[in-house]
Structures are given as C-alpha cells and as structure tokens.
Design a protein around this ligand. Structure first.
Ligand code: ADP
Ligand code: MG
Length: 233
C-alpha cells in the first residue's frame, strides 16, 4: 500500500538547513496498523506529512497503492489526498461552527456526493463511533474524546486507502486515549490500513507493528503482540 525508498527531507532556515529525514525506507501492506514512534523532534510529523502529501520530500521515492507520488501540482495533490487519505490530528481540527454531522459530511461534499447520501453516510459513520445522538451538536459541546471520535468518523467517511493519525491521543487523558485506540483497533480489524504517530510506548503497543524513528532514521522496525485497548476503558 505504501512504499518509500531513501526519503530525505531538510528544512531551510535562512542560510542554515536542518536535515530531518535521513534516508527512510519503509513499506506498509494493506490492513496493517503501524505505530511510528519516536521522541519529540525525531521527524515523525515530517514523515507523516510527506506520506499524507501535505508536504514533499527533497529526494527519494514514494508510491501509494501503486501510484508514484512526486512533483504533483497542488491541485493533483489535493485530489490524491481526498481520494486516498484520511487524517486525524492531536488537536482534532474540527470546524467549530459546523455540527458533528456536518463535519463528518465534509469530505463527502468534496467528493461531490449528493446532499442526501452525504447526510446518510455521515450519520452512519457517527453511529459507528458511538455518537449518533450527538449529530446536531457543535464541537464545543463535545468532550475531547468525543471530538476525536468525530474526527475519526470524518476521516473514514471518505473511505480512504490509508488513515494517518498524528498523535491522536496526544491531547487526551489516559482512559480517553484508550477509548480512541479501541476505536482505531476496531477500524483496523475491519481491514483498514492505519499509521499512528505517537511518542508514547503504551499507545504504540496497541498497534501491530512499531517503527522506531530516531534522529531522522528508522532504528527499529518490529512486529508486536497487539495490546487490546478495550480492557483499559
Ligand atoms: P516530531 O513530530 O517527531 O516531534 P517533527 O517532524 O515535527 O518531529 O520535527 C522534526 C524536526 O524538524 C524538529 O527539530 C522541528 O523543530 C523541525 N521542523 C519541523 N517542521 C519544521 C518547519 N516547518 N520548518 C523548520 N523546521 C521544522
Ligand atoms: Mg509531531
């Protein structure tokens, strides 16, 4: 599903340059649940942003479901993002003046799905994350965990090939974190491919594979016995 070869990325700052990704090689098959783990500043978000076509690498190859991702125009990049990728962020990134339902329906709007089908699908996805009763509520009326579940429903509504989550539990207390991980595990059990960026060991062990990033290189890549999150909620 994902294949990257010898990926490099630097940030230029004035006359200086910060080499953040120093030759990353990585593949993920369809249906995997992979943690990209590393301490703050190790390059996790930089890598995820490149995988999410939110940013470009300086060199290297990236293939997503057989499609080479390189030198795309912004229009094409946006098109691929909408078609292939779902995003979940630490800060939820919901639209504050839109209801839970409208937030979830938004990617379907961009996919030009008709209004009625949008509403139905969005309600279905809200139901899936246990928030059907909250459809008409604004994000400000939801708890942190509920907001993240809406964000996950929104990401999944577009039926992406890959779900990319950058510190999805970073803003949540531990019980709520495990609720969110239980949901991510459920979605993965259904066959979806998911990458979770985290700096937390216990969250990483709720995935099936841990890729350890340190100073811009992968220092370890191992399959792990998945810890189920439901037992902690
Ligand atoms: P992580 O997500 O693992 O904490 P990041 O990928 O966000 O790490 O950042 C890696 C390094 O790159 C850090 O030193 C960070 O300060 C730097 N960095 C991240 N984004 C930018 C940017 N847009 N411009 C300059 N430096 C950046
Ligand atoms: Mg980060």
């Amino acid at each position: 599903m994902i294949e990257i070869k010898d990926l490099h990325k630097s940030y230029k700052m004035g006359s200086n340059s910060l080499h953040v990704l120093k030759g990353i090689n990585f593949t993920a098959e369809a249906g995997e649940l992979v943690a990209i783990m590393g301490s703050s500043g190790s390059g996790k978000s930089t890598l995820l942003n490149i995988l999410g076509i939110l940013d470009g690498a300086d060199s290297g190859e990236y293939t997503l479901d057989g499609v080479p991702i390189e030198d795309l125009t912004e229009t094409k990049a946006a098109q691929y993002r909408n078609k292939f990728l779902g995003f979940v962020f630490q800060s939820f990134n919901l639209i504050n003046y839109k209801s839970a339902l409208e937030n979830v329906a938004l990617p379907l709007y961009y996919q030009k799905v008709g209004r009625k089908e949008r509403q139905e699908k969005a309600l279905n996805y809200l139901d899936k994350v246990g928030l059907k009763e909250w459809a008409s509520h604004l994000p400000s009326e939801l708890s942190g965990g509920q907001k993240q579940r809406v964000a996950i429903a929104r990401a999944m509504a577009a039926e992406p090939k890959v779900l990319l989550a950058d510190e999805p539990t970073g803003a949540l207390d531990s019980t709520t974190s495990y609720e969110v991980m239980a949901l991510i595990q459920k979605i993965n059990d259904e066959g979806n491919t998911i990458l979770v960026v985290t700096h937390e060991e216990d969250i990483a062990h709720m995935c099936k594979r841990i890729v350890h990033l340190k100073d811009g290189v992968i220092v370890e890549d191992k399959k792990v016995k998945q810890v189920r999150a439901e037992q902690y909620v």
